[in-house]
Design a protein around this ligand. Structure first.
Ligand SMILES: [Mn+2]
Length: 246
């Protein structure tokens, strides 16, 4: 099986549909299909900040339910899930846009979105091991020694990344550069930290090219190991991109 792994969407549904077409998928009965034996994989963070989070959930859910796509959760998915469960989460850092979209729906539509998103989240693994273990897809990455394992610490790393526990002056968690020290042969494809260009470091690729911040939406074709991007329709917010200086 070949895969098209899609980076953080954050409600940028127009760009997602443009990317599907560029990758050779076409619409059929509300689904996106490909004539070759390829499967879509979503690296998480479907919603928040962008214009169409609800529509993005629906498209990804339909693909997932029909076994046309795989999905792993991101930190924003985890928070939306906890919000839907009625847990006391802070409706900020982008969640407010998704909540506003949900509140604009009538009760029946809202119930359907809750059901669809929560059932997909419930059925998703924390991260994916594909191609006989040669490929891992994990939202914020994973350490080599943790591949094949799941516990609370690994869950926090995979969803939130390699953080110090400290925060910067804007209140954002300080993130460390795990990929720089990654020595595994397994390819790790991930997102989470917006970068201007896909970042190749050792056997890792960060495909979060900050679409919601005016960058682009990127897919990685596996096993070809080629990236395919479409430009963002959102205004550019230069300060949201991380420059690793490499
Ligand atoms: Mn993200």
């Amino acid at each position: 099986m070949a895969y098209d792994i899609i980076g953080d969407i954050h409600g940028c549904c127009g760009e997602l549909q443009t990317l599907f077409k560029k990758l050779g998928y076409y619409e059929e009965n509300g689904l996106y299909v490909h004539d070759e034996n390829r499967q879509l994989v979503f690296v998480g963070d479907l919603t928040d900040r962008g214009p169409e989070s609800v529509k993005t959930i629906e498209i990804v859910y339909r693909l997932f339910k029909n076994q046309l796509a795989l999905y792993v959760p991101g930190n924003h998915c985890n928070k939306l899930y906890r919000y839907m469960l009625g847990r006391p989460v802070q409706v900020k850092h982008g969640l407010e846009t998704t909540v506003a979209e949900l509140e604009a729906l009538d009760q029946k539509e809202r119930r359907k979105i809750y059901h669809d998103f929560m059932s997909m989240y419930d059925d998703a693994p924390l991260y994916l091991q594909l191609d006989e273990g040669k490929l891992v897809v994990a939202h914020a990455g994973i350490r080599e020694k943790d591949i094949g394992h799941v516990n609370k610490r690994i869950k926090s790393f995979v969803l939130y990344g390699d953080t110090t526990g400290d925060f910067d002056e804007q209140g954002r968690p300080i993130r460390l550069d795990w990929a720089r020290h990654y020595k595994g042969k397994t390819w790790v494809v991930y997102g989470h930290t917006p970068v201007k260009e896909p970042r190749w470091k050792n056997h890792t690729v960060n495909i979060d090219t900050g679409c919601v911040f005016g960058g682009k939406l990127t897919a990685l074709r596996y096993p070809e190991m080629e990236t395919v991007s479409v430009p963002s329709e959102q205004p550019l917010m230069e300060d949201k991109f991380k420059d690793f200086g490499d």
